[in-house]
Design a protein around this ligand. Sequence first.
Ligand SMILES: Nc1nc(=O)c2c([nH]1)NC[C@@H]1CN(c3ccc(C(=O)N[C@@H](CCC(=O)O)C(=O)O)cc3)C=[N+]21
Length: 292
Amino acid sequence: MNLLDGKKLSNEIKDEIAGEVARMKEKGEKVPHLAAVIVGEDGASLTYVGSKVRACERIGFESTLKKLPESTTEQELLAVVRELNADPAIDGYIVQLPLPDHIDEQKILMAVDPDKDVDGFHPANFGKMAMELESFISATPYGIIEMLRRNGIETSGKHAVVIGRSHIVGRPISILLSQKGPAGNATVTLAHSRTKNLAHLTRQADIVVSALGVPNFLKADMVKEGVVVIDVGITRVPDASRERGYYLCGDVDFKAVSKKASWITPVPGGVGPMTIAMLLKNTLLARQRHRG
Ligand SMILES: Nc1nc(=O)c2c([nH]1)NC[C@@H]1CN(c3ccc(C(=O)N[C@@H](CCC(=O)O)C(=O)O)cc3)C=[N+]21
Protein backbone atom coordinates (compact mmCIF):
# COMPACT_ATOMS: atom_id res chain seq x y z
CA MET A 1 0.00 0.00 0.00
CA ASN A 2 1.22 3.49 -0.93
CA LEU A 3 -0.07 6.41 1.06
CA LEU A 4 -1.40 9.36 -0.96
CA ASP A 5 0.04 11.95 1.40
CA GLY A 6 -2.05 15.10 0.92
CA LYS A 7 -0.31 16.93 3.71
CA LYS A 8 3.11 16.52 2.07
CA LEU A 9 1.89 17.23 -1.45
CA SER A 10 -0.09 20.28 -0.36
CA ASN A 11 3.06 21.66 1.27
CA GLU A 12 4.98 21.16 -1.99
CA ILE A 13 2.25 23.00 -3.92
CA LYS A 14 2.18 25.80 -1.34
CA ASP A 15 5.98 26.13 -1.66
CA GLU A 16 5.63 26.46 -5.44
CA ILE A 17 3.00 29.17 -4.99
CA ALA A 18 5.16 30.94 -2.38
CA GLY A 19 8.03 30.98 -4.91
CA GLU A 20 5.74 32.59 -7.48
CA VAL A 21 4.56 35.18 -4.93
CA ALA A 22 8.18 36.02 -4.07
CA ARG A 23 8.89 36.65 -7.77
CA MET A 24 5.80 38.90 -7.97
CA LYS A 25 7.03 40.89 -4.98
CA GLU A 26 10.50 41.27 -6.48
CA LYS A 27 9.00 42.74 -9.62
CA GLY A 28 6.93 45.12 -7.50
CA GLU A 29 3.68 43.48 -8.58
CA LYS A 30 0.58 43.23 -6.43
CA VAL A 31 0.42 39.88 -4.60
CA PRO A 32 -2.76 37.73 -4.69
CA HIS A 33 -5.46 38.71 -2.20
CA LEU A 34 -7.98 36.09 -1.05
CA ALA A 35 -11.07 36.95 0.99
CA ALA A 36 -13.42 34.60 2.84
CA VAL A 37 -16.90 35.33 4.11
CA ILE A 38 -18.22 33.25 6.97
CA VAL A 39 -21.72 33.58 8.43
CA GLY A 40 -22.33 32.20 11.93
CA GLU A 41 -20.21 30.09 14.24
CA ASP A 42 -20.12 26.54 12.81
CA GLY A 43 -17.06 24.86 14.37
CA ALA A 44 -15.86 22.96 11.29
CA SER A 45 -16.28 26.06 9.10
CA LEU A 46 -14.23 28.17 11.51
CA THR A 47 -11.45 25.55 11.52
CA TYR A 48 -11.34 25.46 7.73
CA VAL A 49 -11.36 29.24 7.34
CA GLY A 50 -8.65 29.49 10.03
CA SER A 51 -6.34 27.12 8.12
CA LYS A 52 -6.95 29.11 4.96
CA VAL A 53 -5.90 32.39 6.63
CA ARG A 54 -2.76 30.73 8.10
CA ALA A 55 -1.88 29.29 4.69
CA CYS A 56 -2.23 32.75 3.09
CA GLU A 57 0.18 34.21 5.64
CA ARG A 58 2.67 31.41 5.05
CA ILE A 59 2.85 31.86 1.29
CA GLY A 60 2.77 35.66 1.22
CA PHE A 61 -0.83 36.28 0.05
CA GLU A 62 -2.94 39.09 1.41
CA SER A 63 -6.06 37.78 3.12
CA THR A 64 -9.29 39.25 4.44
CA LEU A 65 -11.73 37.45 6.69
CA LYS A 66 -15.28 38.79 6.86
CA LYS A 67 -17.01 37.26 9.87
CA LEU A 68 -20.73 37.99 9.90
CA PRO A 69 -23.24 37.09 12.63
CA GLU A 70 -25.68 34.17 12.26
CA SER A 71 -28.50 36.75 12.09
CA THR A 72 -27.17 38.29 8.83
CA THR A 73 -29.96 38.63 6.27
CA GLU A 74 -29.78 37.50 2.66
CA GLN A 75 -29.83 41.15 1.54
CA GLU A 76 -26.95 42.03 3.86
CA LEU A 77 -24.89 39.10 2.60
CA LEU A 78 -25.67 40.04 -1.02
CA ALA A 79 -24.39 43.54 -0.24
CA VAL A 80 -21.11 42.08 1.05
CA VAL A 81 -20.78 39.94 -2.08
CA ARG A 82 -21.33 42.98 -4.32
CA GLU A 83 -18.74 44.92 -2.33
CA LEU A 84 -16.18 42.15 -2.87
CA ASN A 85 -17.06 41.98 -6.59
CA ALA A 86 -16.42 45.71 -6.92
CA ASP A 87 -13.23 45.83 -4.80
CA PRO A 88 -10.21 45.85 -7.16
CA ALA A 89 -7.91 44.82 -4.28
CA ILE A 90 -9.63 41.41 -3.97
CA ASP A 91 -8.53 38.85 -6.58
CA GLY A 92 -10.70 36.01 -5.38
CA TYR A 93 -13.03 35.12 -2.54
CA ILE A 94 -15.18 32.36 -1.13
CA VAL A 95 -18.45 32.36 0.76
CA GLN A 96 -18.09 29.54 3.26
CA LEU A 97 -20.83 26.88 3.10
CA PRO A 98 -23.16 25.87 4.60
CA LEU A 99 -25.05 29.15 5.05
CA PRO A 100 -27.80 29.56 7.67
CA ASP A 101 -31.22 28.18 6.59
CA HIS A 102 -32.75 31.64 6.13
CA ILE A 103 -30.30 32.42 3.30
CA ASP A 104 -30.75 31.01 -0.22
CA GLU A 105 -27.32 29.54 -0.99
CA GLN A 106 -27.94 29.39 -4.73
CA LYS A 107 -28.86 33.08 -4.83
CA ILE A 108 -25.60 34.02 -3.08
CA LEU A 109 -23.38 31.79 -5.23
CA MET A 110 -24.99 33.21 -8.40
CA ALA A 111 -24.09 36.74 -7.25
CA VAL A 112 -20.34 36.00 -7.03
CA ASP A 113 -18.35 37.45 -9.94
CA PRO A 114 -17.25 34.32 -11.88
CA ASP A 115 -13.79 35.91 -12.39
CA LYS A 116 -13.36 36.03 -8.58
CA ASP A 117 -15.07 32.69 -7.89
CA VAL A 118 -11.98 30.75 -6.71
CA ASP A 119 -14.31 28.06 -5.28
CA GLY A 120 -15.52 27.38 -8.83
CA PHE A 121 -19.11 27.09 -7.57
CA HIS A 122 -20.70 29.56 -10.01
CA PRO A 123 -22.56 27.87 -12.92
CA ALA A 124 -20.39 29.80 -15.39
CA ASN A 125 -17.28 28.10 -13.98
CA PHE A 126 -18.93 24.70 -13.63
CA GLY A 127 -20.12 24.91 -17.25
CA LYS A 128 -16.72 25.98 -18.56
CA MET A 129 -15.03 23.22 -16.56
CA ALA A 130 -17.43 20.66 -18.09
CA MET A 131 -16.61 21.98 -21.57
CA GLU A 132 -12.84 21.97 -20.96
CA LEU A 133 -12.61 25.78 -21.21
CA GLU A 134 -10.51 28.00 -18.93
CA SER A 135 -12.33 28.24 -15.57
CA PHE A 136 -11.87 27.85 -11.86
CA ILE A 137 -12.07 24.15 -10.97
CA SER A 138 -13.48 23.55 -7.47
CA ALA A 139 -10.67 23.05 -5.01
CA THR A 140 -11.55 19.53 -3.83
CA PRO A 141 -11.90 17.88 -7.28
CA TYR A 142 -8.89 19.89 -8.49
CA GLY A 143 -6.90 18.58 -5.49
CA ILE A 144 -7.87 14.98 -6.27
CA ILE A 145 -6.75 15.36 -9.90
CA GLU A 146 -3.41 16.86 -8.75
CA MET A 147 -2.86 14.00 -6.28
CA LEU A 148 -3.40 11.40 -8.98
CA ARG A 149 -1.33 13.27 -11.56
CA ARG A 150 1.65 14.11 -9.34
CA ASN A 151 1.87 10.56 -8.04
CA GLY A 152 1.85 9.21 -11.59
CA ILE A 153 -1.28 7.14 -11.02
CA GLU A 154 -2.65 5.85 -14.32
CA THR A 155 -6.30 6.75 -14.93
CA SER A 156 -6.53 6.26 -18.70
CA GLY A 157 -8.86 3.39 -19.54
CA LYS A 158 -9.44 2.64 -15.86
CA HIS A 159 -12.86 2.21 -14.30
CA ALA A 160 -13.51 4.89 -11.69
CA VAL A 161 -16.51 4.64 -9.39
CA VAL A 162 -17.45 7.94 -7.74
CA ILE A 163 -19.83 7.70 -4.78
CA GLY A 164 -21.84 10.91 -4.27
CA ARG A 165 -23.32 13.36 -6.78
CA SER A 166 -22.86 16.72 -5.02
CA HIS A 167 -22.25 19.82 -7.15
CA ILE A 168 -19.07 20.45 -5.17
CA VAL A 169 -17.29 17.08 -5.32
CA GLY A 170 -18.99 14.01 -6.81
CA ARG A 171 -20.39 15.52 -10.01
CA PRO A 172 -17.31 17.60 -10.94
CA ILE A 173 -14.77 14.84 -10.17
CA SER A 174 -16.80 12.40 -12.28
CA ILE A 175 -16.59 14.87 -15.20
CA LEU A 176 -12.85 15.56 -14.74
CA LEU A 177 -11.92 11.86 -14.55
CA SER A 178 -13.74 11.20 -17.82
CA GLN A 179 -12.17 14.14 -19.67
CA LYS A 180 -9.12 14.05 -21.92
CA GLY A 181 -6.95 16.12 -19.57
CA PRO A 182 -4.48 15.12 -16.84
CA ALA A 183 -5.73 12.27 -14.63
CA GLY A 184 -8.50 11.77 -17.19
CA ASN A 185 -9.59 9.28 -19.82
CA ALA A 186 -11.19 7.04 -17.19
CA THR A 187 -14.51 5.26 -17.63
CA VAL A 188 -16.67 6.69 -14.87
CA THR A 189 -19.63 5.35 -12.94
CA LEU A 190 -21.35 7.96 -10.76
CA ALA A 191 -23.10 6.21 -7.87
CA HIS A 192 -25.47 7.82 -5.37
CA SER A 193 -28.15 7.13 -2.79
CA ARG A 194 -30.48 5.49 -5.33
CA THR A 195 -27.78 3.24 -6.79
CA LYS A 196 -28.58 -0.47 -6.58
CA ASN A 197 -25.89 -3.04 -5.85
CA LEU A 198 -23.21 -0.46 -5.06
CA ALA A 199 -20.75 -3.08 -3.80
CA HIS A 200 -21.08 -4.92 -7.12
CA LEU A 201 -19.91 -1.72 -8.85
CA THR A 202 -17.14 -0.77 -6.42
CA ARG A 203 -15.70 -4.31 -6.59
CA GLN A 204 -15.09 -3.74 -10.31
CA ALA A 205 -13.49 -0.34 -9.76
CA ASP A 206 -9.81 0.41 -10.39
CA ILE A 207 -10.37 3.75 -8.64
CA VAL A 208 -12.96 4.56 -5.96
CA VAL A 209 -13.69 8.17 -4.96
CA SER A 210 -15.96 8.33 -1.92
CA ALA A 211 -17.64 11.68 -1.27
CA LEU A 212 -20.47 10.60 0.97
CA GLY A 213 -19.81 11.75 4.54
CA VAL A 214 -20.66 8.43 6.18
CA PRO A 215 -17.86 7.26 8.53
CA ASN A 216 -16.27 3.90 7.60
CA PHE A 217 -18.82 3.28 4.83
CA LEU A 218 -16.43 1.63 2.34
CA LYS A 219 -15.40 -1.80 3.64
CA ALA A 220 -12.64 -4.13 2.46
CA ASP A 221 -15.11 -6.61 0.89
CA MET A 222 -16.39 -3.77 -1.38
CA VAL A 223 -13.09 -3.29 -3.24
CA LYS A 224 -10.73 -5.39 -5.29
CA GLU A 225 -7.04 -6.02 -4.70
CA GLY A 226 -4.90 -3.12 -6.00
CA VAL A 227 -7.65 -0.49 -5.97
CA VAL A 228 -6.83 3.23 -5.73
CA VAL A 229 -8.98 4.81 -2.98
CA ILE A 230 -9.68 8.54 -2.60
CA ASP A 231 -11.51 9.34 0.64
CA VAL A 232 -13.24 12.74 0.51
CA GLY A 233 -15.36 12.24 3.63
CA ILE A 234 -14.23 14.18 6.70
CA THR A 235 -16.79 13.62 9.47
CA ARG A 236 -16.38 14.90 13.01
CA VAL A 237 -17.36 12.02 15.28
CA PRO A 238 -18.08 13.15 18.86
CA ASP A 239 -15.76 11.51 21.39
CA ALA A 240 -15.47 12.89 24.92
CA SER A 241 -12.16 11.07 25.52
CA ARG A 242 -10.41 13.20 22.87
CA GLU A 243 -8.88 16.56 23.62
CA ARG A 244 -10.97 18.34 20.98
CA GLY A 245 -14.13 16.40 21.88
CA TYR A 246 -14.26 14.66 18.49
CA TYR A 247 -12.14 12.77 16.00
CA LEU A 248 -12.07 12.97 12.21
CA CYS A 249 -13.32 9.93 10.33
CA GLY A 250 -13.30 9.28 6.59
CA ASP A 251 -15.79 7.34 4.45
CA VAL A 252 -13.30 4.50 4.19
CA ASP A 253 -12.58 1.77 6.72
CA PHE A 254 -8.90 2.67 6.36
CA LYS A 255 -7.40 -0.11 8.47
CA ALA A 256 -8.97 -2.92 6.43
CA VAL A 257 -9.19 -1.27 2.99
CA SER A 258 -5.54 -0.13 3.04
CA LYS A 259 -4.50 -3.81 3.10
CA LYS A 260 -6.01 -4.28 -0.38
CA ALA A 261 -5.35 -0.85 -1.90
CA SER A 262 -2.36 0.06 -4.09
CA TRP A 263 -2.86 3.74 -3.18
CA ILE A 264 -5.06 5.30 -0.50
CA THR A 265 -5.62 8.74 1.04
CA PRO A 266 -5.67 9.04 4.84
CA VAL A 267 -8.15 11.14 6.85
CA PRO A 268 -6.93 13.53 8.12
CA GLY A 269 -3.96 14.44 5.91
CA GLY A 270 -5.39 13.44 2.54
CA VAL A 271 -7.89 15.34 0.41
CA GLY A 272 -8.50 18.08 3.06
CA PRO A 273 -5.09 19.79 2.90
CA MET A 274 -5.13 19.47 -0.91
CA THR A 275 -8.40 21.44 -0.99
CA ILE A 276 -6.69 24.35 0.78
CA ALA A 277 -3.65 24.22 -1.53
CA MET A 278 -5.82 24.29 -4.66
CA LEU A 279 -7.90 27.19 -3.35
CA LEU A 280 -4.63 29.11 -3.05
CA LYS A 281 -3.62 27.96 -6.54
CA ASN A 282 -6.95 29.28 -7.92
CA THR A 283 -6.33 32.62 -6.19
CA LEU A 284 -2.90 32.85 -7.82
CA LEU A 285 -4.53 32.07 -11.18
CA ALA A 286 -7.16 34.76 -10.52
CA ARG A 287 -4.43 37.34 -9.88
CA GLN A 288 -2.55 36.32 -13.03
CA ARG A 289 -5.73 36.44 -15.14
CA HIS A 290 -6.79 39.83 -13.77
CA ARG A 291 -3.37 41.18 -14.71
CA GLY A 292 -4.14 40.25 -18.29
N1 LIG B 1 -17.23 27.85 0.08
C1 LIG B 1 -16.70 26.75 0.60
N2 LIG B 1 -15.59 26.19 0.02
C2 LIG B 1 -15.03 25.07 0.56
O1 LIG B 1 -14.03 24.55 0.00
C3 LIG B 1 -15.59 24.50 1.75
C4 LIG B 1 -16.73 25.12 2.29
N3 LIG B 1 -17.26 26.22 1.70
N4 LIG B 1 -17.30 24.63 3.41
C5 LIG B 1 -16.73 23.53 4.14
C6 LIG B 1 -15.96 22.59 3.24
C7 LIG B 1 -15.00 21.70 3.99
N5 LIG B 1 -13.68 22.07 3.53
C8 LIG B 1 -12.50 21.56 4.07
C9 LIG B 1 -11.25 21.94 3.64
C10 LIG B 1 -10.09 21.48 4.23
C11 LIG B 1 -10.15 20.58 5.25
C12 LIG B 1 -8.90 20.09 5.90
O2 LIG B 1 -7.82 20.58 5.65
N6 LIG B 1 -8.99 19.07 6.79
C13 LIG B 1 -7.88 18.53 7.54
C14 LIG B 1 -8.22 18.40 9.00
C15 LIG B 1 -8.71 19.68 9.60
C16 LIG B 1 -9.22 19.50 11.04
O3 LIG B 1 -8.40 19.20 11.90
O4 LIG B 1 -10.44 19.66 11.25
C17 LIG B 1 -7.49 17.17 6.99
O5 LIG B 1 -8.34 16.51 6.35
O6 LIG B 1 -6.37 16.74 7.21
C18 LIG B 1 -11.38 20.16 5.70
C19 LIG B 1 -12.54 20.63 5.11
C20 LIG B 1 -13.80 23.05 2.61
N7 LIG B 1 -15.07 23.38 2.37
